[in-house]
Design a protein around this ligand. Structure first.
Ligand SMILES: NC(=O)C1=CN([C@@H]2O[C@H](COP(=O)(O)OP(=O)(O)OC[C@H]3O[C@@H](n4cnc5c(N)ncnc54)[C@H](O)[C@@H]3O)[C@@H](O)[C@H]2O)C=CC1
Length: 313
């Protein structure tokens, strides 16, 4: 079909036909739920350069409200919904299990039902905590999930709802997120280093710290394809929380003593997997895309002065 101004005019009112004739504008309107969380804000800044982006959080759309969620998504009629909304307080999930399932499992389901109805693509963000940590090699997408805590269980059920209800979905498991927006482990460490001479940090939980900027770039790449399915996406390499803290202090020239402790010495409400390193197998196989090492990403994060220049290259 020849694409002329008249063709565009003719199909202007029907964006599905319009997007069908332009493969590259398959996605025009994007809704981000949980749009004021650390990943949601990052994605908004990146994607609004390319798409018409709506970033909704609790005030605009509580994803646990089934009817409202379906109605609001139906009336916005996005081509893509990225679900970043979650109950991410891992210990809080143990204490408020009902709420955890309501948000992380059924909230995801409500969005998937709406996407199914309007034929929209869904990106659903999930977690390394779906694994039990008994591996000693990085987990790939086909490894058996077996969550140890309510957070992981509720997120896994959310994944299952999405993959059972939809054909056009990307489920993206990530880990140990930090970014320019919201509180994170790096802030906590630097804050504590200002107040104390000695910090104790857990050394027997191994994972992959992941910069939200890098994850947002992966999501942008994936949504430009039709390679739907389950993906792991975390910065390359692995460390313990203790090693992560040591690197933060090394890169910021912060002088503080850090003592490694075991999870048994640092009791938390929720049990965490001892080893939850993700291998980005599908990303590397399907897109030939390798995420950079976590140390490099951490340096970049610590060096980035303002948000304006964060996506220039
Ligand atoms: N933070 C981390 O270390 C990790 C996060 N993830 C996943 O990545 C995704 C993004 O996480 P973050 O941005 O770090 O989380 P965040 O906690 O910074 O943001 C979550 C957002 O969801 C919103 N929200 C909570 N309940 C809601 C509801 N009922 N309706 C609508 N919005 C609601 C919150 O207001 C918040 O703005 C989540 O799916 C999380 O499970 C995965 C692995 C690690």
């Amino acid at each position: 079909m020849e694409i002329t101004a008249n063709t565009i005019k003719k199909y202007m009112k029907n964006k599905y036909l319009l997007t069908a004739i332009f493969e590259e504008v398959r996605i025009v309107r994007v809704l981000i739920t949980g749009g004021k969380g650390q990943l949601g804000i990052e994605l908004k800044y990146l994607l609004e350069n390319y798409y018409e982006v709506y970033a909704w959080d609790l005030e605009e759309l509580d994803i646990t409200q089934r009817e409202k969620t379906i109605n609001e998504i139906r009336s916005l009629d996005p081509d893509l919904v990225i679900n970043c909304a979650a109950y991410t307080d891992v210990d809080g999930c143990e204490e408020n299990a009902d709420l955890a399932y309501k948000i992380n499992a059924y909230g995801a389901r409500n969005i998937a039902v709406a996407c199914q109805e309007i034929g929209s693509i869904m990106v659903h963000i999930s977690t390394d905590f779906v694994f039990d940590g008994n591996n000693d090699n990085p987990y790939i997408e086909s490894d058996q999930a077996n969550p140890l805590n309510i957070y992981g269980k509720s997120k896994l059920i959310g994944e299952e709802f999405v993959s059972n209800l939809l054909d056009k979905y990307f489920i993206i498991r990530t880990a140990w997120l930090y970014g320019a927006h919201g509180d994170n482990f790096i802030h906590t460490m630097l804050r504590l280093a200002n107040k104390k001479d000695l910090l104790t940090v857990v050394d027997d939980q191994i994972g992959s710290p992941t910069y939200t900027k890098d994850l947002a770039l992966v999501i942008k790449k994936l949504i430009a394809t039709k390679l739907y399915g389950l993906y792991h996406a975390s910065n390359n390499g692995q460390c313990s929380w203790y090693e992560f803290a040591k690197k933060i202090f090394e890169y910021t020239n912060t002088n503080v003593k850090v003592k490694p402790v075991t999870s048994k010495e640092f009791i938390r409400t929720a049990t965490r997997p001892a080893y939850s390193v993700l291998k980005n197998y599908s990303l590397e196989e399907n897109l030939n895309y390798k995420m950079r090492d976590w140390q490099e990403a951490l340096k970049d994060y610590l060096n980035s002065k303002n948000e304006g220049d964060r996506y220039e290259n």
